[in-house]
Design a protein around this ligand. Structure first.
Ligand SMILES: [Mg+2]
Length: 417
């Protein structure tokens, strides 16, 4: 049993409607998928967060360290790659490449033993997890104070009990948008905000104080990831829990954030921070520091599937703070079908489609283009589902990618970005 080949796939799809957040505008969605093949015929799938052409080059370069190795030695291979690149890539795209490799190796391990990955990680401790609707990005035209509340109300109408608003467009404008969205969704729905590190500490504190009356579940990435002191200032100044970590990497990076108590909630991305091997270690470390762990998720069904496996085994922590009461934001999700059932019947597929929708919510006003990316994945992988089955493909990917067949009873977690 040895690794025979490592392949990369860059998926790219133009968006019908560009969207923007505080740092950039996007008119294209890309994803980078890792495929590892063993000499006994198993295929493992992983995914890298980050710039696809660069992570693809990283994975292709690291392949020489994997070919001929025992695919089940996930920790050993993680250390082998990390040690070989320590002088040049303790953070960033090297670790993102390593993440996709690690996830693919766990997929192979699950298939080798014929069990869901969460069982190999220690076993599921929950049957449900919170899901929230990530959207509320900016559009090229229109008044955000009109379309943001409308979009948020649409998510609530779909059944979501928690939504996240992009901020970072100026303190006054952000405060007005937050108020408008809160008024649109009412008091019974959790609302989080995400600045994508648009502010410095004084501006973030000013915004935080202006939106504290709107019962904010968390304030995500208020300041740049390098400014740990700024995180500490914001955290000390506000009653809103401070979240961050989608731009941090490995147990070593999160160790420093935890020691300095810079965050109330850590958000490692499984496809960026080091893969399933590393994120399980980060989660255990966060528990030791009494800090919540909500994985950041952004990508294809493979990223969602990997995150689900980790979510299944995360230590329990309190529900969302602020507006989210003990039961707010919980979206019941049953994914108990046995292995192989994904192909059983169209009816079963439709059920999974609905489940996947909860994981990666679609909305007519949601311009992420995730469906377009999935459509491209379907084309490449020869999936016979129609374009309208884009979400369905994501659900199928859970089986394909991690050989779990949704065997975990649970869903959701961090939405995205
Ligand atoms: Mg974010």
């Amino acid at each position: 049993m040895k690794i025979k080949d490592v392949r990369t796939h860059i998926l790219r799809a133009a968006l019908s409607q560009p969207f923007g957040y505080s740092r950039a505008w996007y008119d294209t969605r890309t994803a980078m998928v890792v495929e590892i093949e063993t000499d006994d015929g198993l295929i493992g799938w992983g995914e890298c967060y980050g710039p696809a052409p660069i992570t693809a080059a990283v994975v292709a370069s690291l392949a020489t360290l994997l070919i001929g190795a025992d695919q089940l030695r996930t920790d050993y291979l993680w250390r082998k790659i990390y040690s070989s690149m320590r002088d040049h890539g303790q953070k960033g795209v090297i670790i993102e490449g390593l993440s996709g490799i690690d996830i693919a190796l766990w997929d192979i391990k699950g298939k080798h033993f014929g069990v869901p990955v969460h069982r190999l990680l220690g076993g599921a401790v929950r049957s449900k997890v919170q899901a929230y609707a990530t959207g509320l990005y900016r559009r090229r035209s229109g008044d955000p104070l009109r379309y943001l509340p409308e979009e948020a109300a649409g998510y609530v109408a779909e059944g979501f009990k928690a939504v996240k608003l992009k901020v970072g467009f100026g303190v006054e404008e952000d405060a007005a948008a937050t108020r408008a969205v809160r008024e649109a969704i009412g008091s019974g729905v959790a609302l989080m905000v995400d600045a994508n590190h648009a502010y410095d500490a004084p501006a973030a504190i000013r915004l935080g104080r202006m939106i504290e009356p709107y019962d904010i579940g968390w304030f995500e990435e208020p300041v740049p990831p390098e400014d740990v002191a700024g995180y500490c200032e914001v955290k000390s100044a506000l009653t809103i829990p401070v979240a961050g970590g989608e731009c941090e990497f490995t147990r070593f990076g999160f160790r420093d954030l935890l020691v300095r108590r810079a965050l109330d909630i850590v958000q490692p991305d499984t496809c960026a921070a080091g893969g399933l091997s590393e994120c399980k270690k980060i989660a255990d470390m966060a528990e030791a520091f009494g800090v919540r762990y909500n994985p950041h998720v952004w990508g294809t069904g493979i990223a969602i599937a990997a995150s689900l496996q980790l979510l299944a085994v995360l230590p329990p922590h309190p529900a969302l703070a602020g507006a989210a009461r003990a039961d707010a934001g919980i979206r019941p999700h049953r994914a108990s079908d046995p292995p192989g059932a994904a192909d059983a019947t169209d009816r079963a597929c439709r059920r999974r489609c609905r489940r996947a929708r909860w994981l990666r919510p679609r909305h007519r006003n949601r311009p992420h283009g995730a469906d377009a990316v999935r459509g491209e994945m379907m084309r490449r992988c020869g999936c016979r589902q129609s374009q309208t089955g884009g979400v369905r493909y994501a659900a199928r990917n859970i089986r394909v990618a991690l050989s779990t067949t949704c065997a975990m009873r649970g869903a959701g977690g961090e939405g995205a970005a």
